[in-house]
Design a protein around this ligand. Structure first.
Ligand code: NAP
Length: 247
């Protein structure tokens, strides 16, 4: 049997101010990890430090500002006192509209934030994991990257890209005992879905075999499992947490 005990481990969770990222950060902290969570603003970073209650801190990161990544990595490694053990690429954005009307900027920002920035963070933090010959990278993709969704061509392209990227990276890092996996949430109650109309939400719930939206904790549970010793023989996979929406 394995225990969800992350004592002595340092975890970096992007987009930890709210929603799924906050649930992931809180779950790791509750299981003994030191957590570094990111926010796009200093006030957001301060709120992360506050809710972690001494079990880590918040750091500012804007995934659309790629020139800041190298400095960000230095700050994280300073705070971690060395390289991190677990990287959870959770932060993500949507710029939804039908493809016919999609502006270049909507396409570029979603690909930059949800795919390119994730690859860059993997590159920056995997080096330390490779040296330690241990590590976990968990990328949050989406059911939409697997099944597609009208109005989300940019988002589904980025999230599908993340699945292919993670499989290739899993093959490159396997000999160093660094695993790379994705978690693909379905329809989860967070700020991202709160903006949808009640009608869209009700219809979405009807299409979920388990009959409801998922919670941020449902996703955190899957992430903690993939980060645990119990998942040491799992790499290159995508764990669907979608209530059966896509099988
Ligand atoms: P959310 O509630 O909208 O929270 C988004 C998080 O990302 C926040 O912490 C936000 O930080 C951060 N963020 C936004 N723009 C950023 C940027 N440019 N640079 C860095 N961080 C940025 O989202 P969520 O629903 O929890 O989603 C988390 C992940 O799950 C995303 O990758 C999303 O695509 C994926 N997902 C969600 C669902 C769902 O139904 N909710 C379904 C499938 C997949 P600030 O607070 O500082 O803005």
């Amino acid at each position: 049997m394995f225990a969800l005990d992350f004592s002595g481990k340092v975890v970096l969770v992007t987009g930890a101010t709210r929603g799924i990222g906050k649930a992931i950060a809180q779950s790791f902290a509750a299981c003994g990890a030191t957590v570094i969570g990111t926010a796009t603003s200093q006030s957001g970073a301060d709120s992360i430090t506050e809710y972690l209650g001494g079990k880590g801190c918040g750091v500012v990161l804007n995934m659309l500002e790629k020139d800041s990544f190298a400095d960000f990595a230095k700050i994280v490694e300073e705070k971690a006192g060395g390289s991190i053990d677990i990287l959870v690429n959770n932060a993500g954005i949507t710029r939804d509209t039908l493809f016919m009307r999609m502006k270049d900027e909507d396409w570029d920002q979603v690909i930059a934030c949800n795919l390119t920035a994730v690859s860059k963070l993997c590159q920056l933090f995997m080096r330390g994991m490779m040296k330690k010959r241990a590590g976990r990278i968990i990328n949050i993709t989406s059911v939409v990257g697997e099944m597609g969704n009208a109005g989300q061509c940019n988002y589904s392209a980025a999230k599908a890209g993340l699945i292919g990227f993670s499989k290739s990276l899993a093959k490159e890092l396997a000999s160093r005992h660094v695993t790379v996996n994705c978690v693909a949430p379905g329809f989860i109650a967070t700020d991202m879905t709160a903006v949808l109309s009640d009608e869209i939400k009700e219809n979405a719930k009807k299409s979920v075999p388990l009959g409801d939206m998922g919670t941020a904790d449902d996703i955190a549970n899957a992430v903690l499992f993939l980060a645990s010793d119990g998942a040491s023989y799992i790499t290159g996979t995508t764990l669907d947490v979608n209530g059966g929406l896509y099988m």
